[in-house]
Ligand binder design. Structure first.
Ligand SMILES: Nc1ncnc2c1ncn2[C@@H]1O[C@H](COP(=O)(O)OP(=O)(O)O)[C@@H](O)[C@H]1O
Ligand SMILES: [Mg+2]
Length: 355
């Protein structure tokens, strides 16, 4: 067990790292943040920091020597970095979960291999392959980069009548995946925590509404039937076991009008759709992550309040003032200075206590 007083290393200096560090500090741990930026959201809350690039081996070795366990707040940690660190200190979740979650084709191949349904998909590395894939799984699709996408970056909506040459040109990558467009009734996600001993704690499925491909609102619990909710939980549980996650796994899913549940993507880390748990659950996702990677028993993931979480994106950050007038809204700001369009600046969670 990693005991309070010992040090958790976190790769990544954004808001997820910040909120993980805050939860760890509350439990008496120290946190050391490794990221290229000097004053990101995470580095504002703890004095232990390394400012270096993710491929700086000397800095990584020093970081590993200074911490007792390592986790990460984003899944695009370079594979080399993950393997290098994992040889020096426990890396949780492990390098294999990362390898799968950072590659949309590996991810979907893996899901299919364990019997989990996804949208139809094809790897597309050329205009020719794109045409063929559109014929096979069109007439509507979403063309995505295989790696490094987030918040809808690197994605293009595709229609059969489009000029494929122009589309391929403007996509600008040769490493693509075409997914069939899913006419979903809603999007949901399930976050599970899995401890060292294999025990799993599951948060209730939540409903996610996106605007411009960026999460806008999370409604907890999701407004789906008990059957859909149970199926979504079972799928997340199954994936976490197969990946042997120690830590958190967020599973994004589409629910079709027929009540079918298709997995969209995986994130082996805290997730934006779990921010509501900070204020509405007995144990929030960040504390649960700390407990899992340190070998502590997991806390209760049950919620004492229903919640609606709204992201404050770009200049929306000004809305915190309005939220402050409502005694049942909880405000979380990430300490970012530049409110650029599309940038996640904070979130507010409106609570409705359950009776
Ligand atoms: N195959 C699809 N069919 C319909 N909508 C999609 C599809 N893929 C993505 N989307 C929409 O775009 C959003 C972002 O896509 P996602 O694959 O989750 O990438 P990101 O890594 O940017 O979160 C999804 O939450 C969903 O709203
Ligand atoms: Mg997503």
């Amino acid at each position: 067990m990693i005991e309070p007083g010992q040090t958790i290393g976190i790769l990544g200096g954004g808001q997820l790292g910040r909120m993980t560090a805050l939860a760890a500090l509350a439990l008496g741990y120290r946190c050391h943040i490794f990221s290229p930026d000097k004053d990101g959201p995470a580095k504002q809350v703890t004095p232990l920091a390394t400012d270096a690039d993710y491929d700086d081996k000397a800095a990584l070795a020093k970081f590993a020597a200074a911490v007792d366990v390592i986790t990460f707040e984003f899944e695009n940690v370079p594979a080399d970095t993950a393997e290098y660190l994992a040889a020096l200190k426990p890396l949780r979740p492990g390098a294999s979960a990362l390898r799968i979650a950072q590659d949309r084709i590996k991810e979907k191949d893996f899901l299919r291999s364990i019997g989990v349904a996804t949208a139809p998909y094809r790897a597309v590395g050329s205009e020719e392959a794109l045409r063929r894939a559109m014929d096979e799984i069109g007439p509507r699709g979403v063309l995505k980069t295989v790696r490094m996408g987030y918040d809808g970056k690197g994605q293009m909506a595709m229609r059969a009548e489009m000029d494929m040459a122009a589309a391929w040109q403007s996509f600008g990558s040769t490493d693509g995946i075409l997914e069939g467009f899913v006419e979903f009734a809603c999007e949901v996600s399930v976050i599970v925590a899995r401890g060292e001993n294999g025990k799993i704690a599951t948060y209730t499925p939540v409903e996610n509404q996106h605007v411009n491909h960026i999460l806008d609102t999370t409604i907890a619990p999701a407004r789906v039937s008990p059957e859909v909710s149970m199926r979504a939980e079972a799928i997340a549980h199954h994936i976490a076991e197969k990946l042997e996650i120690i830590g958190l796994l967020a599973v994004e899913m589409f629910v079709t009008h027929e009540g079918e549940v298709l997995v969209n993507e995986l994130a082996p880390r805290p997730h934006n759709s779990g921010h509501w748990t900070i204020d509405a659950c007995y144990t929030n996702q960040f504390e649960q992550l700390v407990r899992a990677i340190c070998g502590l028993p997991l806390g209760s993931p049950a919620h004492h309040s229903d919640a609606v979480m709204k992201n404050l994106i770009g200049t929306d950050i000004a809305k915190w003032r309005e939220a402050a007038n409502d005694p049942l809204q909880k405000i979380h700001l990430y300490g970012k200075e530049n409110a650029a369009p599309g940038r996640k600046m904070g979130h507010v969670t409106k609570l409705t206590p359950r009776r």
